[in-house]
Ligand binder design. Structure first.
Ligand code: PLP
Ligand code: COI
Length: 339
């Protein structure tokens, strides 16, 4: 049962909830699947996930709306992105209908953990899949577990929505061979060293540049970039090697259809970054986190919006996106799945 949680003080951490969804793949098919109470997984030491990192994951949130409903934001896009991750990692695809049903079951069963409206917190949902049988030669597993757990969370970055400082990384975020566009644990393992260095040096995140030329902006360890020009054009990097952020794709629609802005997805050269009026990171966990400062090897780029407040365009995007997610503003057709 739920212990007392101080919703307003929540950071981005793991709190074990009562139920998780588990579905096993054996003999070439997915079993029925359902809720379980045991948060521990017991596997062979030789399971493919341990030896060859055959695992991928997703991240989405459930919100308590202004009128007391519980909704999830675009979970169909998480199911679709997980399909791409599975295909690239030679894992069986978990069907979209089953994925959405799992989200419903999980959130309903853990409804006590969905933070109240107005606390700034939400219920983070983490679907993932692992190769479970013993594999010693390099080849995909034959048995898998698809699992989904959830945990109530607050802001991803310390300080909530205050602007952060980031630094340009000398390392690549993802494993090589253009796999940066899938949500594989492997890519996050590659970012653990650079994020540790960034934190030690006092930065909240790394800006990764394209590995081939180191001239173009890609993304950070856990979020895509948005840049905004003085006259209100949202510019977001186009690259086949970054995670196709659901938040970023949504913000392009929000900018044009709700905020009277233009939206462009194109290559962004690092050399043009100082010309933008505002910069931010966007993602399920990050929501929109304003960036006030980018450190690049002894040089500093300070955005005019500064380190105290979000810039005016970023605020407009933030208020509109969260307004849609929390039911204060009408959502585009199909964006919210009611639980
Ligand atoms: N980029 C990376 C590397 C991420 O881990 C995430 C988080 O999911 C994002 C971008 C943002 O994607 P989304 O908006 O779908 O959460
Ligand atoms: C998410 O936003 O869902 C992510 O996966 C980011 C992760 C760094 C927590």
């Amino acid at each position: 049962m739920k212990q007392e949680i101080d919703w307003k003080e929540l950071g981005f951490g793991y709190i074990q909830t009562d139920y998780r969804y588990v579905c096993r793949y054996r003999n070439g098919q997915w079993e029925e699947g359902g809720l379980e109470t045991d948060a521990t997984i017991t596997l062979s030491e030789c399971a493919c996930v341990f030896q060859y990192a055959q695992t991928c994951f997703e991240g989405l949130k459930a919100y308590r709306t202004v009128d007391g409903r519980i909704v999830c934001f675009r979970p169909d896009l998480n199911a679709a992105r997980m399909r791409s991750s599975c295909e690239r990692l030679v894992m069986p695809v978990f069907p979209e209908e089953k994925f959405l049903e799992a989200v419903r079951m999980l959130v309903q069963a853990n409804a006590d953990y969905v933070p109240p409206y107005g606390t700034g917190a939400s219920l983070y949902i983490r679907p993932f899949m692992i190769g479970t049988n013993s594999v010693i030669g390099v080849k995909p597993a034959q048995e898998y577990e698809f699992r989904m757990f959830c945990t109530p969370v607050g802001a991803y970055f310390k300080g909530g929505i205050k602007p952060i400082s980031i630094r340009v990384s000398d390392y690549d975020r993802a494993a090589p061979h253009g796999t940066g566009n899938i949500k594989a644990g492997l890519n996050y393992a590659m970012s653990l060293y650079p994020i540790t260095v960034a934190h030690e040096e006092g930065f909240a995140e790394n800006m990764y540049l394209d590995p081939a030329t180191r001239t173009k902006v890609e993304e950070t360890g856990g979020a895509n970039f948005i840049f905004i020009t003085e006259d209100g054009t949202l510019v977001t990097p186009k690259s086949d090697c970054i995670l196709p952020s659901i938040t970023r794709r949504s913000l392009m629609v929000v900018a044009e259809q709700y905020c009277g802005m233009k939206a462009e997805e194109r290559e962004v050269f690092f050399s043009e970054v100082p010309e933008f009026a505002e910069c931010g990171l966007c993602g399920t966990a990050a929501v929109i986190s304003p960036v006030g400062h980018i450190h690049d090897h002894g040089r500093d780029i300070m955005f005019p919006s500064g380190m105290e407040e979000m810039g005016p365009w970023t605020r407009r995007l933030y208020e509109t996106l969260t307004g849609i997610q929390l039911g204060r503003l009408p959502a585009p057709e199909g964006w919210l799945m009611e639980i």
